[in-house]
Design a protein around this ligand. Sequence first.
Ligand code: FAD
Length: 317
Amino acid sequence: MKVTDHIGKAKGETLFSFEIIPPQKGKSIKELYDNIDPLMEFKPPFIDVTTSREEYIYLDKGGLLDKKLTRMRPGTVGICASIKHKYNVDAIPHVLCGGFTKEETEYMLVDCHYLGIDNVMALRGDAMKEERYFEPTIGGHAFATELVSQIADLNKGKYLHDVIETDNYSNFCIGVAGYPEKHMEAPSLQSDLRRLKEKVDAGAHYVVTQMFFDNNRFFEFVEKAREIGITVPIIPGIKPIAVKKHLQLLPQVFKIDLPEILVHEVEKCKTNSEVRQVGVEWAIKQSKELKEAGVPVLHYYSMGKSENIRSIAQAVF
Ligand code: FAD
């Protein structure tokens, strides 16, 4: 079922959902299930599965380093299929521009259609670790808007190169990313919002936001989005702080601010288990206020660990 239909069916009640990361290749999928299992009692109507950019690894060939391009966490579509089968909930693959040609994207979407996957999240992807800026893959898309257009075309039966006539259309519900504190490359929040509007105009049906720690940022973002005519559901993304290092890492990687009170509380902690507790309490406070404000879904970034998400969900749902 589509995310927008889940939201409609909930009739104003806030839903619980979360995002998982595929295991590194060579690892068992059991660890993933062990982290999903404790969250199923909160009845997520859908679970997102991320896609990782490819990366360079260096193999020691007798003193010479051999540079190889690889994807360390493959399997997004396969994991979606297994989640659908095992838990009977919708699973949403993240589809990236970076690292994929348009043809490869089409093949992935055809697989998703065969598997009965109703939703996809369309993203540009970040720059690869070794790149300073995002470089579009040759034969791929440069911005998420173009990817949304490709998926929207497929929903009309329009394949690449127009060589196929079909009445077997996909009907994907398309999610896109939004940034309450603006995307790191955007010159201003307003211009980033205009880009978001372009994604919606190209066919996106809902928005999931980057993590934020100050709900006012989210409320202002939604207000500004509505002012420029973005009417689709906007789902807040929540990440609980789990280790002291997050104080530096999260602002550095995601270009987001942390509220001074939260920074202070984390700095006072002597162990990471105390930090985790502060992170959980902060996320509970954020979630309760967002739920009170009537957000359609609370979407949690689990980063492969369910213990803290479970504590939050117990307090909120
Ligand atoms: P876009 O919407 O293409 O925007 C990227 C930048 O380009 C923005 O600054 C925008 O303002 C600007 N822009 C857009 N269109 C134009 C244009 N026509 N001309 C000039 N500038 C333009 N990354 C992963 O690798 N895997 C994942 O699974 C993943 N999941 C995510 C899930 C969520 C909910 C979020 C919020 C992010 C996720 N990301 C993921 C990270 C995401 O890929 C990065 O934030 C990426 O840098 C931007 O992706 P986007 O889809 O927002 O890009």
